[in-house]
Design a protein around this ligand. Sequence first.
Ligand code: GLU
Length: 492
Amino acid sequence: MSEVRVRIAPSPSGNLHVGTARTALFNYLFAKKNNGKFILRIEDTDAERTSQEYVDNIFDSLKALGLNWDEGPDVGGDFGPYTQSERFDIYPKYIQELLDKGFAYECFCTPEELEAEKEEASKNKKAYVYSRKCENLTEDEKAKLRAEGRKPAIRFNVARAQRAFHDSSILEFDDLVKGKLHMDTDLIGDFVIMKSNGAPTYNYAVVIDDALMKISHVIRGEDHISNTYKQILIFEALGFEVPRFGHLGMILAPDRSKLSKRHGATAVSDFVEQGYLTEALVNFVALLGWAPSDSEEIKPVDKIAEDFRIGEISSSNSIFEYDKLKWMNSHYIKMLSQEELRAKLKKYLTKYDLSELTEEQFNRMIEITYEPLILLSDITDAVSYFFGGDKVEVDEKAQAELDTELSQDVLKSFIEQAEGWDWSEENLHEVLAEFRAKFKEEKGYKPKFTMWAVRAAVTGRLCGADMVATLAIIGKENSIKRAKAALKTANV
Ligand code: GLU
């Protein structure tokens, strides 16, 4: 096999979609597996719908996912430029070749005329196919239309190309994922390859680029299957080698509809913003349509690369289970070192005054709060009671607990005794054990309730991080002041 060269070719009309990220990943893995090249091409021919902001988002998201490209707009390569809007001088030459070979023709139809054709088709309940009325215009007729000020679009002559290379109207190809696929090309209609303003259309530009960039395999979503037939015909008409195609099943939402924002995040950058780790996201999207041979689902991308085989990709649609992604994310959070974790979590702690804690206290706080995190952003709420000095917000459940006689009794003793305690974590561990034991012995209070009273007063909640470490971080003075605030005045 000649060199494997694959590409991801996003249109910058939005932030990088998680579906495009999966397509990029499968291309990347296929390139890795075959010592090939992974190429990034920006398809921005539709100037109105594209923006630099989205181009930047595509770059940043792919990099964050670790899907680094060998050739692309920023890194260059032998077959650039890699941004379609910079390739506009390349496209006319092949249009001319298609015209010369009779595989394309000028079409002078106005939008109104085309609209009328479509209406007629729909009135007769027929699928619309262009009438081809411009196919055989004479030079005189064309000159007359030009004189009227009409500028032609260029249409591809589907039937002529099909008949030149195939025995019938049926076009078949062997899809890497779906096996043999075919279509009756008489149903396609002569499509526009260059608009009257000179802009190339997607189906045309993509073929020229894939051919000139020597793309060997085109792996993309199955929503492009109908385009593939058109593209194969253009490759053939221009005498280019036709690449192999592989079409991936779609990604659906849990309710089996198209994945959209109403289901949750869809752009990679939104997932990151919400506190998902890109490592978890990559692992998760790899499993949308592919399964590792050992069924071990938690698999970093380098391990996936070892195991990946394109032929094993399922041809059916996959369901995007947000809950499964969350489960994976919590795994990946636990796989980070404390140092990496701290660096990543800081982004979600900007609402707090971190100078309230020493570095040591901050590190300990993360150490005792990270384990239950599902999203990195969960840290914001998980550590709220470490801040605020002598004040803490008390939630409803904690307040109900604080209102009990038992709690008030416990807090009174806590306030009296705590003043004399050495506040190191080690010592607190011991004195609190004695504190609990004494209440159990003297008043029969369950140790759990004794600690709930302290926790409710000092953290304003009934659950949270290790209590001893929490007290040590919050400090003696603030812990006692919070306990005093929880005491009912009558008892003071
Ligand atoms: N720009 C196209 C898209 O974003 C690329 C499709 C292709 O891979 O050919 O859907």
